[in-house]
Design a protein around this ligand. Structure first.
Ligand code: SF4
Length: 454
């Protein structure tokens, strides 16, 4: 399908092709789904909302609920204040959530709707909440929208009473419910009490019970979000996705934060565990040491199949940096690190990471698109690609094995249940990488060279 992509690279400023990101409201909707009994609400036209819901549903293979202010010509000209008022009444009357999390779209941002004023002017039933985040899609990406929505919850709800609740606020980056479960499991093993915001485990990976639950058991509770203001510390996992949230918590409630990379790979997971050790002053349990040792053993056993192999990694910035760190620990050679999310910080972090391993020829780009990645690959190919479904046609056109990891994965199943964070997540990722390259070796081998034992 992409066989006609030209090899010659020409500078493009005005267009992105296969942009390696999606719009802010997708992230805002995902963050809102990580709050218990929350209805994400798209303040714009129905088309945006349908697209965002569909995008999430296709990745998670679970329904992503959301409502819309349903702008038509009238709201576009006169503003969406009355639409929001009607929406809030109807949503509480019909769907009865505990909280509505409103995010804007390009349209409502462009006409300048003042959500603060609208919400103040909207009757909200006793004991219910409405919060909002500004998420114009011509700025940032879904990762930015995710961070903005987390900050929205904090700004509206979190309170500092002056009495510590002894907890740590865990703010995960834009990751799957399986990753959130793993981050929580590690904190539990380290005996560190915490509140995670957002927490889509138990929502976007809820079990089949035979009965549809609009608000499944999972998600951060409203009292827990309020209590974030009394946490003794916050940890953000991945700067692009979480800086807004932890900064808002520090600004409003004076909760100090530690910014970590997403705990993908050995060093990043070690950093998380050491951070928990400092907070809880507890011993690292043997079970975690055992998992770490297993990961090292697996890497040692299987390294001949991927050591020195070149890899292109694309997707969300925090995820790409984490996966790059793991591949470097495995002795692989990242050639291209691409993210569609803008921000020079990505190049800076990538450069520092690659320098630790003496790699100088890797091209790291933010605000980039997969069309350019394809052109670069046509000029100098790689042994492996790691990323989401939007790289699939490049992988097929260039006959490169593709390991699916990150967001979005629209053409496979189970990914959202399994972690790529923590030692366990790294084991799963190493298995995928090693097996993809070993499959390639099997496929390319002459009949007489096919090995039964590898
Ligand atoms: S109009 Fe904006 S918010 Fe709506 S789908 Fe398009 S980019 Fe996303």
């Amino acid at each position: 399908m992409l066989n006609m992509t030209p090899k010659e690279i020409s500078e493009r400023k005005a267009i992105r092709i296969n942009p390696c990101k999606t719009c802010q409201p997708v992230g805002a909707m995902y963050a809102a789904l990580g709050v218990h009994s929350c209805m994400p609400h798209s303040h714009g036209s129905q088309g945006c909302c349908s697209y965002h819901r569909t995008y999430l549903t296709r990745h998670f293979k679970d329904p992503a609920i959301a409502s819309s202010s349903s702008f038509t010509e009238g709201a576009s000209v006169f503003g969406g204040g009355s639409n929001l008022k009607t929406s809030v009444k109807n949503i509480f009357d019909i769907y009865n959530p505990d909280i509505i999390a409103v995010h804007t779209t390009c349209l409502s941002e462009t006409i300048g709707d003042d959500l603060n004023a609208f919400i103040q002017d909207t009757p909200i039933p006793e004991g219910k909440y409405v919060v909002h985040a500004n998420t114009p899609s011509y700025v940032g990406s879904h990762v930015t929208g995710y961070g903005n929505m987390i900050a929205g919850f904090v700004r509206y709800l979190s309170e500092h009473t002056g009495v510590s609740n002894g907890k740590t606020a865990l703010v995960p980056g834009f990751v799957n419910p399986g990753d959130m479960r793993e981050i929580k499991r590690i904190a539990e093993l380290m005996n560190v009490p915490f509140t995670m915001l957002p927490d889509t485990s138990g929502v976007m990976d809820a079990p089949m019970t035979g009965k549809y639950e609009m608000y499944p058991k999972g998600g951060t509770s409203i009292p827990d979000i309020i209590g974030l203001g009394d946490c003794k510390k916050a940890i953000g996992f991945g700067e692009f996705a979480t800086i807004e949230g932890v900064s808002a918590l520090r600004k409003k409630c004076k909760v100090p934060y530690e910014m970590l990379e997403l705990p993908i790979g050995i060093e990043n997971t070690d950093a998380y565990i050491l951070q928990l050790q400092q907070i809880g002053s507890g011993e690292v349990p043997y079970s975690l040491e055992e998992e770490r040792g297993q990961l090292l053993d697996i890497i040692l056993d299987s390294h001949p199949y991927y050591h020195g192999k070149t890899v292109a990694i694309y997707g969300d910035p925090d995820t790409v940096l984490g996966i790059a760190a793991l591949t470097l620990e495995m002795g692989m050679h990242p050639k291209y690190l691409f993210t569609g999310t803008p921000g020079d910080l990505f190049q800076q972090k990538a450069k520092a990471l690659l320098a630790k391993y003496g790699i100088e020829d890797c091209i790291a780009k933010s605000a980039a698109d997969l069309f350019e990645l394809h052109q670069l690959i046509k000029n100098e190919s790689v042994d492996l690609m790691i990323g989401g479904t939007h790289g699939k046609q490049i992988a097929l056109a260039e006959d490169i094995p593709l390991v699916r990891a990150g967001f979005p994965i629209l053409d496979r199943y189970v990914h959202s249940y399994l972690p790529i964070v923590g030692y366990r997540g790294a084991i799963l990722l190493v298995e995928k990488i090693a097996n993809a390259l070993m499959d390639r070796q099997d496929r390319d081998a002459a009949d007489e060279d096919v090995e039964m034992i590898m």
